[in-house]
Design a protein around this ligand. Structure first.
Ligand code: KG4
Ligand code: ZN
Length: 344
């Protein structure tokens, strides 16, 4: 009988170092993460060189920690994030994966970070069935994807300019809030009136499923200039901005579900932590009758559990460590194909 697959996952595409161990039958055996938010906060954004150096410091101890948490299992393969992301940061995870692969004679696979996000709800007991529509909303991506199965992805719409998280972060910066500004802006918004400013609902009047947030950002900038410099005025702007984003995302998700006939929506990415967005989608879901799935908060944001999971699903594609250490800064999601069959 074949041994069950046990995959080590390594994530280093941006400002989070993470490791996880996934067991084909028992699921996740351990996961650990180090966030670099504090490291980049003074600069108001991710500094790629600092990110790479910190991944070098943190990844090996994180791997040792998850292996210990998982009870030192006998691994059958290693998956690392091959892209998209910051090249220097990706190379750290790729090199560690290749080194471990060679020294332990284990096969290695570079996986697609966004495929990890798309499939992250499969880490939960209450996992959705295929097909579903996924809304991926992070600091770097705003994507609506039709997911027919593993490796069968159709991008329905994406942002033509800023990602949603980026729009949150830039608006927060204009309001004098710290980095990353999304959670701070959301907190300030609880004190404000979401109807104080009639900000544009980007691209709602246009057909299609693409997004654009640069006009909204400009409207926020003009509102800040015109408003008094008080906390109450800023809270109104934050609440109105957030409401415009949420209305736009909810409307486009509903449109995507109608267009595809998919019965469920999955939301992943850091902005998926936004409670106003969650509440609005839940309300729309019970009205329109679609299922709604959020991975737990830890797996909404960057993590290695999703990378180990994808490695397990694609284990037949793994190659010896020496052939790995490849990274891909830009990697369109719809170039992916279904996983190769695992030999019996
Ligand atoms: O997925 P993520 O952790 O990292 C990547 O970008 O890959 O997403 C981070 C983004 C940041 O832009 C952050 O401001 C935003 O998610 N974010 C939020 C909230 N929590 C995180 N935006 C709005 N409301 C939140 N509660
Ligand atoms: Zn991500």
């Amino acid at each position: 009988m074949q041994r069950p697959s046990i995959i080590l996952g390594i994530e280093s595409s941006c400002d989070e170092s993470a490791a996880a161990v996934y067991h084909e039958e028992y699921g996740l055996l351990g996961h650990a993460l180090h966030s670099q938010v504090a490291l980049h906060a003074d600069y108001g954004g991710v500094v790629p060189e600092l990110a790479s150096r910190d991944h070098i410091r943190k990844l090996t101890p994180l791997i040792e920690q998850v292996m210990a948490d998982a009870g030192q299992p006998e691994l059958t393969g290693i998956a690392y994030t091959r892209g998209p992301g910051l090249v220097g940061a990706l190379l750290v995870g790729a090199s560690i994966a290749a080194g471990l692969g060679m020294s332990r004679s284990l096969p290695v696979l570079g996986v697609h970070h966004m495929e990890g996000h798309l499939l992250s709800p499969l880490l939960e007991d209450d996992a959705p069935d295929f097909p579903f529509v996924a809304l991926l909303v992070s600091g770097g991506h705003t994507l609506l994807v039709y997911v027919e199965g593993v490796g069968r992805y159709r991008v329905l719409g994406q942002s033509l300019d800023d990602a949603v998280g980026e729009a949150f972060d830039k608006s927060a910066k204009m309001l004098g809030l710290g980095y990353p500004g999304g959670p701070a802006l959301a907190a300030l918004a609880t004190e404000g009136n979401p109807e104080a400013h009639a900000f544009p609902r980007p691209m709602l009047r246009r057909a299609g499923l693409d997004f654009s947030f640069s006009g909204l950002k400009t409207a926020v900038m003009l509102a800040i200039k015109a408003a008094p410099d008080t906390r109450a005025a800023h809270a109104d702007i934050a609440a109105s901005f957030q409401q415009a984003v949420v209305d736009t995302l909810v409307a486009k998700c509903a449109r995507a579900l109608t267009a595809t006939g998919a019965p469920a929506l999955v939301v992943a990415g850091g902005v998926g932590a936004n409670t106003t967005l969650r509440a609005a989608l839940a309300e729309r879901g019970s009205r329109d009758g679609f299922g709604l799935y959020f991975p737990r908060l830890d797996f909404c944001t960057d993590n290695a559990a999703m990378i180990a999971l994808v490695g397990c699903l694609r284990r037949a594609e793994m190659t010896p460590g020496i052939a790995a250490a490849e990274v891909t800064a830009r990697w369109p999601l719809d170039t992916l194909r279904p996983p190769a069959a695992v030999p019996a």
